[in-house]
Design a protein around this ligand. Structure first.
Ligand code: GDG
Length: 461
């Protein structure tokens, strides 16, 4: 088997016992590397140096896998990561033109760091390597590697949505980004809709389009592009949730604290794409329209901080805390708090146990590539007494999870009505909806995703 080389912005290093960090993606990619007898994983170390020009790869080998990490200078970090990647590509790809802060300096920093990655990686690549690059931080990397004479097969997976053409072309540098993507051999998107948007962008620019089932031709290159919906380690996650249900102290005390109340859960990185404020507003509406629910339900929102050095995220943290405070103040009572809000990260098994405890999983992104929380919530349920998933139609996961109750997060009346329906759904219907989704997730797990993509990348041309 050819050597597999993975490149991602951050590299999830294993712990001192050689176990990969928790989380489906890290586990699946480590499994793929091990299955191929080792391999290389390159990315940013997470460290920022005050001086530029000293970047080099620091290599370490753990359990047969070589990790090659580089630091970034402060300027590179600010322009490439906090700047272009997270203040231009992230909002635009999530259709938030209003939040995109475009600066030419940051755009050039983005391409500069991709050149740096290519300079560091190209000398380490062999002709029969298979290279798999991840996510929006590294779109230009294949083009840069090709310019350095790299001829091996290179694939790319975009974890976030690909926007409609009208949105993409609002980004001043969109042509370079679109062309850079066409330097890959295999392009993976989360859903058929992302793929269709990408195809439409090529057509609209008059630079190419599909020429076969999965084959595209654009900018004088032929490549494959397809939908590869990412998933979770379904069976393991189900076991984790079951174990936490009976063996975890925090899960146990949370259960006791509910004293028979129904639980609704939301869990998201603090990010404007996740629709958390829309969700709280819908919950508020539910409590206003169904006063009989007050005192009988509890909404737990788990929201670890993320990207706090990007101004939009810091502002959102404040806005969300204020909104929850207002709803709790207006609708709570001396013996009941409507929303429990945790602005920290919980352990993975605690989270799994809490999902299992919850009667309703509320996943309401305004736009999301896939959304793994939706899949985890399903996997965590008790088969005998499963909860109900209420899911935004704008999450990639909505294309697959047919048993969910779909909502439009911009329509708080509809979301409130749907939460009410979920809270009162009979057991038979809950079981039937859950079974279909769980069967799907057991066959379409993260290993299936990984092997499917690698099969496309390894396929003979
Ligand atoms: C990007 C795309 C795509 C959340 N709170 C805690 C915690 N989490 C974990 C969840 C889940 C992960 O974080 C979030 O994954 P998502 O898929 O929901 O979202 P993004 O981080 O935005 O990921 C997304 C994904 O890439 C994969 O391709 O699905 O669309 O935006 O696993 O469980 N984990 C722990 N404590 C928490 O408090 N341990």
């Amino acid at each position: 088997m050819n050597r597999l080389v993975i490149v991602s912005n951050r590299v999830p290093l294993p712990d001192e016992d050689g176990n990969p960090p928790a989380g489906g993606l890290a586990v699946a990619l480590h499994a793929a590397l091990r299955k191929r007898g080792g391999g290389l994983w390159m990315g940013w170390s997470g460290k920022v140096q005050t001086e530029a020009g000293t970047e080099q790869l620091e290599e370490m080998e753990i359990e047969g896998i070589t990790y090659a990490l580089t630091d970034l200078s402060e300027t590179d970090y600010n322009e490439y990561y906090a700047g272009f990647a997270n203040r231009v590509l992230w909002p635009i790809f999530h259709s938030r033109l209003d939040l995109a802060e475009y600066a030419r300096k940051e755009m050039s920093g983005y391409f500069r760091v991709n050149r740096l990655f290519a300079d560091l990686l190209a000398p380490r690549l062999q002709e029969d390597d298979v290279v798999w690059i991840h996510d929006y931080h590294l779109i230009p990397l294949a083009e840069e590697l090709r310019q350095r004479g790299v001829t091996c097969r290179i694939g790319f997976f975009l974890h976030i949505p690909w926007p409609p053409s009208d949105i993409l072309i609002a980004m001043p540098v969109y042509e370079r980004v679109l062309k850079a993507l066409c330097a890959y051999d295999v392009l993976g998107f989360q859903t058929d809709l992302d793929l269709a948007n990408f195809s439409e962008c090529l057509r609209r620019e008059n630079v190419g389009g599909p020429v076969g089932e999965r084959t595209f031709r654009a900018y004088d290159r032929t490549f494959e592009a397809g939908a590869f919906p990412i998933s979770i380690e379904t069976a393991d996650f189900a076991r984790l949730a079951e174990a936490a249900d009976s063996g975890d102290e925090l899960v146990e005390s949370t259960k006791n604290s509910l004293t028979g109340k129904q639980l609704i859960i939301g869990a998201d990185r603090l990010d404007y794409s996740k629709g958390i404020t829309h969700r709280i507003e819908a919950y508020e509406r539910l409590l206003i329209e169904h006063p009989e629910r007050r005192g009988n339900i509890s909404f737990l929102q788990v929201t670890p901080k993320s990207r706090s050095d990007v101004p939009e995220y810091a502002a959102m943290q404040k806005q969300l805390a204020e909104l929850i405070g207002r709803v709790n103040g207006a609708l709570g009572s001396a013996d009941w708090v409507p929303t429990r809000y945790i602005n920290q990260s919980l352990g993975r098994s605690v989270l799994a146990g809490l999902y299992r405890l919850a009667d309703v999983g509320l996943v309401t992104p305004l736009k999301d590539g896939m959304n793994l929380v939706a899949k985890e919530y399903v996997a965590a349920q008790d088969p005998e007494d499963p909860g109900v998933l209420v899911l935004s139609r704008f999450a990639g996961a909505a294309r697959e999870l047919k048993g969910a109750l779909l909502i439009n997060p911009y329509d708080s009346e509809m979301t409130a009505r749907t939460i009410e329906r979920a809270l009162s759904m009979p057991l038979d219907e809950r079981r039937e909806r859950w079974r279909g989704m769980m069967d799907h997730l057991l066959t379409h797990d993260v290993n299936h995703w990984c092997e499917d993509f690698l099969a496309a990348l390894n396929a003979p041309r």
